[in-house]
Design a protein around this ligand. Structure first.
Ligand code: NAD
Length: 171
């Protein structure tokens, strides 16, 4: 059984790690889609697809289960999004998502969709972690240590602070 899970992973945090480990326990192989792969350098999506791939590969290294990481750009065409995902990924039997639109689109195409449990949603949240980084509050305990290393390597804290200056927000 091969499963598909998609997220923006901005950044990959402890809630994400927990569900990925749980899904990996239930299936033989896992496909991790990097959603909104074209986005980076905005306050909502500060990290590039490549940076998010680094976060995931480094954070999962010690677990040793089989998985694929596939970048998936957004398309302005929800009705064909599932076909577009299928064209980019290995075939899969089940989708795990807490995102209502992702659930809707895959169920309409007759996929089995499962909803992972939420863990400490107040703090294990990309929005909350980006807010804390911007406001110089504690955030490093909310992500795997390998993700802290990647964010340090790319000077991600300062990137987010620079992005908050209004003259960077031309999209
Ligand atoms: P996300 O990074 O917010 O979350 C990824 C997964 O982790 C989700 O299933 C979420 O429920 C789960 N999660 C988050 N916090 C958790 C916690 N604390 N505990 C347990 N689980 C937790 O990403 P997302 O918004 O679900 O990503 C969907 C992606 O699919 C986006 O990039 C979106 O643009 C893309 N998409 C694109 C189209 C299109 O291009 N037309 C259509 C649908 C979806």
């Amino acid at each position: 059984m091969r499963a598909f899970v998609v997220g923006r992973w901005q950044p990959f945090h402890n809630g994400h790690l927990t569900i990925v480990k749980e899904i990996a326990n239930e299936v033989d192989e896992l496909i991790i889609g990097i959603g909104s792969a074209q986005k980076s350098h905005t306050l909502n999506d500060p990290f590039t697809a490549g940076e998010r791939i680094m976060m995931i590969i480094k954070a999962l290294k010690k677990f040793g289960f089989p998985y694929y990481v596939i970048p998936i750009k957004d398309i302005d065409f929800n009705a064909v999004w599932v076909s577009y995902v299928e064209a980019l990924t290995p075939p899969f039997d089940v989708v795990y998502t807490g995102n209502a639109l992702v659930k809707e689109l895959f169920e309409e195409r007759n996929y089995m969709v499962k909803k992972p449990k939420l863990y400490n949603r107040k703090e294990y949240s990309g929005t909350e972690i980006r807010r804390r980084i911007l406001n110089d509050e504690e955030w490093k305990h909310l992500v795997p240590e390998e993700v802290v290393d990647v964010i340090n390597e790319i000077d991600g804290e300062n990137r987010i602070k620079r992005l908050s200056k209004t003259d960077y927000n031309i999209q």
